[in-house]
Design a protein around this ligand. Structure first.
Ligand code: ADP
Ligand code: ZN
Length: 722
């Protein structure tokens, strides 16, 4: 027999099939150790065959299998080929996506323990052997126990009894359970008629993909859970994807309570051992629901009955490492392969998804009311320019202060949200709300202090800082934004008795960072939670009746064609944290641009209005989904080498451009807006395409270019162009 092997080295030079002689025990999907050149490496068996073209004197043998089972399933191997062809990356890189990292490093393995039990035979003990009597009595009571524990407690008696055959010691596999002792309350809710009909439609539609467009608090989660329960009943498995799992402990508890050990959780906050065991439970079939962030889409399960992508609009579903896949694409491939349904859920679907849904490609299901017809919180837009004119330059408007006092007096909780994504600087006129935009692209400019100028990230145009506001002539031009820390210290002065929690990247480091803060807040150990994007995610805090959005403008003027979409999503999501239980909620939205259509639509929960406006803008300016933005990044530590690589790629790309110029709306090479990150020079070729047809050519060109010490990769509609 011969095995076709891909070696686990992510380099294009060795990215091909190597044949090895092997025994009968080798099956496709196994990891094997093989001789390679002068070393020994791990490889993946892609196929097994009867014949080989490799001459006998050149042929080498598989040394051993790394595990006694195929780590990769048959579906996985097929999927990996599709992904590799699509993104033009070495096969080894794709295959790694399907394995827990700790399996590859070989540092983690199954854990075993020695379990002691009493043998059944009648036995007698010496009268004086007190410890032996105690040990037997103990085991009679507990049934079985760990040997280490017994040794500690009863000392040498254990060994003696074992030698006499009175105690039996057996090796048993133990699982590291990340959430032991954290069971939530088991609540089985009856679906409301609206939920029930959504459930039925998802099950019966002919379409593979359903979009569940439901306002915040409309009970989407309950529908997912019912679908998953239904799938389990049919003997199948499920994948449930959430944006960032450590942010949603409540959801986890709910799942654990409902599905117990059938649910396996894959996420980065787990220890290596825990992650490995959760993965193994799925691979072996003892767990049948894979829950996790985007990487859980690669869960090693077969016979999938449903895949759910919750908060489908979330940016975390796009991978930032090679291969730069989109979770939806992988999920769709798996859904097709398994003949199962794929459910997308969101209160604020991405423009792209909604377009496909209204175009008839996806089943579109709407839930436009909250559970029990609870009202949506009322959103008040506050004009911050007026506050400045009145002499209030603090981060809190008078309206917000009044509402906060009211909320605290009633003993309710409040969330204050600050928009902070990266630290890109924008300038705003505090008199009129003006922010600078690119004349060519209508995209907000970003200030770069190293060159003291403003740049457009989409065309590379540069602008000087104006001495006064070009719109109103005012002199109050300033940088936008206050930090969370500052907000907290100001709040403490205003409300000395309020208990305040802060949640941002600085306070949430460590495995349990988010979890701890969220738990404290939900158990009412604080009155106000101040935070960044993290507080916007799908939390369900029944006592929150006030949400303050301190600087809605920050994301509105983010240098991204999606800034409007992002703002609408953020405002809707943050507002959705308010008034989820009996008491109605309120939202105070502070802005320098109160007439802005995005904020207006968001304040009225008018997704359709927002979508209609946004899609016509995108069509007019030719941005996605009407065009594709492609960036080819060329980065390396040596500037000369990097530039040479850039030149080589650029020349080839230019030929494609010349031959298909009708498909290009924009084509240029330039420095990246941030010229160097972590000692690496960054150059790019930026393109805007009307059609996807030349995209494959671009991938091919980049895959063929090999330059030592220089990395070249393709990004599609990148979420960050800095
Ligand atoms: P969404 O995911 O759409 O934001 P959730 O699933 O979090 O909404 O549901 C909002 C609230 O309604 C939660 O507190 C949830 O427990 C409750 N809920 C959901 N479905 C039902 C139901 N069928 N009966 C009673 N309460 C429900
Ligand atoms: Zn521009």
């Amino acid at each position: 027999m011969f095995a076709e092997v891909i070696v686990d080295i992510a380099h294009s030079d060795v990215d091909k099939i190597f044949d090895y002689a092997c025994g009968e025990e080798i099956v496709p999907g196994m990891r094997v150790t093989v001789p390679f050149g002068r070393s020994v490496v791990t490889g993946f068996v892609m196929r097994v065959k009867e014949n080989t073209e490799v001459p006998p004197d050149k042929l080498r043998e598989v040394l051993r299998t790394d595990e006694d089972f195929p780590a990769l399933t048959a579906e996985t191997l097929r999927l990996a080929e599709t992904i590799t062809a699509r993104y033009r990356v070495p096969m080894a890189l794709t295959l790694r996506l399907f394995l827990p990292a700790e399996m590859r490093t070989g540092k983690v393995a199954k854990r075993y323990r020695n379990i002691c039990t009493l043998t059944k035979e009648p036995f007698t003990l010496a009268e004086r052997a007190k410890a032996q009597h105690a040990l037997v009595a103990y085991l009679k009571e507990v049934g079985e126990a760990d040997s280490a524990h017994l040794r500690e407690r009863f000392g040498a008696a254990l060994k003696t009894l074992q030698e006499k055959g009175i105690i039996l010691m057996q090796k048993r596999r133990v699982l590291r359970d990340p959430y032991r002792g954290e069971e939530g309350e088991k609540v089985e809710r009856k679906l409301t008629p609206l939920q029930q009909s959504a459930f039925e439609r998802i099950k019966t539609t002919e379409k593979t993909v359903s979009l569940l467009h439901g306002v915040t608090g409309s009970g989407k989660t309950e529908i997912y859970l019912s679908l998953i329960a239904d799938t389990l009943k049919a003997g199948k498995t499920a994948i449930f994807l959430v944006p960032e799992i450590s942010l949603t402990p409540q959801m986890l508890m709910q799942l654990r309570a409902r599905f117990g050990s059938f649910a396996a959780i894959l996420h980065s906050g787990l220890s290596a051992g825990e992650r490995f065991d959760e993965w193994m439970r799925l691979r072996e079939g003892s767990a049948r629901i894979a829950i996790g962030a985007r990487s859980a889409v690669f869960a090693p399960i077969e016979n999938i009955g449903i895949i759910v992508i919750d908060e489908e609009h979330d940016g975390s579903y796009i991978s930032e490492n090679s291969p730069r896949y989109t979770t939806f694409d992988i999920a769709l491939l798996r859904a097709r392969h398994n003949g199962c349904k794929l459910v997308l859920g969101s209160a604020t679907p991405s423009i792209e998804t909604y377009r496909r849904a209204t175009g008839g490609e996806f089943e579109l299901i709407k839930l436009s009311e909250r559970i029990n017809a609870r009202p949506m919180p009322e959103v008040r837009i506050v004009d911050m320019r007026r506050e400045v004119r009145r002499g209030n330059v603090s981060a809190f408007s008078l309206t917000l202060r009044e509402k906060l006092s009211e909320c605290l007096e009633k003993g309710n909780q409040a969330i204050l949200f600050l928009n902070r994504r990266g630290f890109s600087q924008m300038v705003i006129c505090r008199d009129c709300g003006y922010t600078a935009k690119c004349e060519n692209c209508d995209i907000s400019l970003t200030y770069h202090s190293d060159e003291d100028c403003f740049k457009c990230h989409y065309c590379g145009a540069r602008y000087r800082m104006p001495p006064a506001c070009p719109a109103c002539g005012g002199k109050h031009l300033g940088y936008m934004g206050t930090g969370t820390q500052r907000v907290v210290s100001d709040l403490k002065k205003l409300y000395p008795r309020a208990r305040i929690l802060r949640m941002d990247v600085d306070t949430t480091s460590g495995k349990e960072g988010h979890y701890r803060i969220l738990k404290q807040f939900s158990s009412r150990e604080a009155d106000i939670l101040v935070g960044t994007q993290m507080v916007a995610k799908g939390h369900d805090f029944p006592q929150v009746t006030l949400v303050g959005i301190l600087d809605a403008d920050m994301s509105l003027h983010f240098a991204d064609y999606r800034s409007g979409e992002r703002t609408f999503q953020l405002v809707t999501q943050v507002a959705g944290r308010s008034g989820r239980a009996q008491e109605p909620g309120e939202v105070v939205l502070q802005t320098y641009d109160p007439e802005n259509y995005i904020l207006r639509f968001a304040a009225h929960y008018d997704y359709e209005g927002f979508y209609a406006h946004e899609i016509s803008m995108r069509a007019a300016t030719m941005f996605p989904p009407f065009a594709k933005i492609i960036r080819v990044m060329v980065t390396g530590e040596d500037e000369k080498e990097t530039l040479e690589a850039l030149k080589a790629v650029y020349e080839k790309l230019q030929r494609v451009y010349a031959a298909h110029s009708e498909e290009f709306l924009f084509f240029n090479r330039m420095h990246s807006p941030i010229k160097r990150i972590q000692n690496k020079f960054r150059y790019q070729v930026l393109m805007r395409l009307t059609d996807g047809k030349v995209l494959k050519k671009i991938y091919d060109i980049c895959a063929e270019e090999h330059h030592k010490n220089v990395l070249i990769y393709v990004e599609e509609n990148p979420s960050n162009l800095s």
